[in-house]
Write a protein that binds this ligand. Structure first.
Ligand code: AKG
Length: 260
């Protein structure tokens, strides 16, 4: 843990707080990536076979599978890596983080752009952070996430996600990207940061694993009727409702400063 503590400075935390996103190279080691990628490829192959019987064209172009940690002990070990969760906690300025979900994001050759959006979180999105990690090198022609710098400062629960995005465009917030990334490098973005990703014009697949964390303790927020948030609530916080502590067996603590 000591060396990972040295990877983020106070200035880095300030930069994340100001911009709503942050880039850090070489967070996962080559052998860790090779091992988890091999396991994920097996899981994905199985999923692709299921999708091809459904003729799910969009699903094949951009394969997204959530909470893969629940399918494999090896993936679980990777997703639960304390070093990664420590970085999330440090950027959030908290002592403890829980898992919201993990997500495999494989964009096939020819897959289109990921539209600019924010995800419908049901805890305070300023306390949510996503770590986005390529599993193979991503060349410049594919590129990494695009972030609307400063958009995280505009987020309020009562403003619709569509309204937030249109307000951010009107304010002409800069859209920035860290471009090409190596396997094991990461970007972090806040739950309120508007983001998207370019298409994949290359012959290879853009392979990414993202892990989303949230500060602990947190409560489920009250939100006006919104089908995406409702779905997020029933998928990731089964049987919980507004005002409940955001804790289920599928949201384990992944880092706690008190436990070091
Ligand atoms: O990988 C992508 O294309 C989009 C990822 C994304 O939206 C996210 O990690 O929140």
């Amino acid at each position: 843990m000591d060396s990972i503590r040295d990877r983020i400075s106070e200035a880095d935390v300030c930069s994340y707080i100001k911009n709503g996103h942050f880039y850090l190279p070489k967070v996962a080691m080559e052998d860790e990536i090779l091992e988890v990628r091999a396991e994920l490829l097996k899981i994905i192959e199985k999923e692709m076979r299921i999708r091809s019987t459904r003729n799910d064209v969009y699903g094949k172009a951009f394969l997204q599978i959530m909470n893969v940690w629940r399918c494999s002990d090896l993936v679980k070990r990777f997703v639960f890596t304390k070093r990664f969760a420590y970085l999330a906690a440090r950027l959030l300025g908290t002592e403890e983080v829980r898992l919201y979900y993990d997500c495999v994001l494989f964009k096939q050759s020819g897959g289109g752009h990921t539209p600019i959006h924010i995800d419908p979180f049901v805890v305070d999105a300023s306390k949510v952070i996503t770590m986005w990690m390529p599993l193979t090198d991503i060349p410049n022609e594919v590129g990494s996430l695009h972030f609307m710098t400063g958009s995280h400062l505009m987020g309020t629960i009562n403003r619709s996600i569509e309204r937030l995005v249109s307000d951010a465009y009107r304010k002409q917030l800069p859209l920035v990207t860290y471009g090409a990334m190596k396997a094991g490098d990461v970007t972090f973005h806040s739950g309120w940061t508007i983001h998207g990703a370019p298409p994949n014009p290359t012959d290879g697949t853009r392979e990414v694993l993202a892990i989303t964390y949230f500060k602990s303790p947190e409560k489920i927020i009250e939100f006006s009727s919104n089908s995406h948030r409702q779905e997020s609530l029933s998928r990731y916080f089964v049987n919980l409702t507004w005002g409940n502590d955001a804790i289920t067996e599928f949201n384990p603590i992944l880092y706690s400063g008190h436990h070091l």
